[in-house]
Design a protein around this ligand. Structure first.
Ligand SMILES: [Zn+2]
Length: 112
């Protein structure tokens, strides 16, 4: 599978302020303040907008399969303690996300 087929790089180096929502149902998933630069071609986040933004299924002992809690759209994976400062790294398909521009304020509080 090539990167092009699922749009892996679309939001890799995208750091505008706003919210990333589910491309299928518009559910708010990630805040741009949680996004960080990672060497992989997938957009990386340390956290979700709300703890219940995504549903998780264990995959191995250090990872979860992550999907939209509203429509079950497959988003990618959460790797425990693989992000900055011992945080999780959410490794998410660009194609599963839609970016909504907003004003960056504090975490979980983006004005549209
Ligand atoms: Zn969804």
């Amino acid at each position: 599978m090539s990167f092009c087929s699922w749009g892996g790089e679309k939001y890799q180096n995208h750091f505008d302020a706003g919210i990333y929502v589910c491309s299928q149902c518009g559910h708010e998933l990630f805040n741009s303040v949680s996004k960080f630069k990672h060497s992989s071609p997938w957009p990386a986040f340390t956290d979700t907008v709300h703890p219940d933004s995504v549903s998780k299924r264990p995959e191995g002992s250090h990872a979860y399969k992550v999907s939209c809690s509203k429509c079950d759209n497959g988003l990618g994976h959460e790797f425990l303690k693989d992000g900055p400062d011992g945080n999780s790294r959410f490794c998410i398909f660009s194609s599963a996300l839609e970016f909504k521009k907003g004003k960056k304020e504090k975490k979980g509080d983006v004005k549209h």
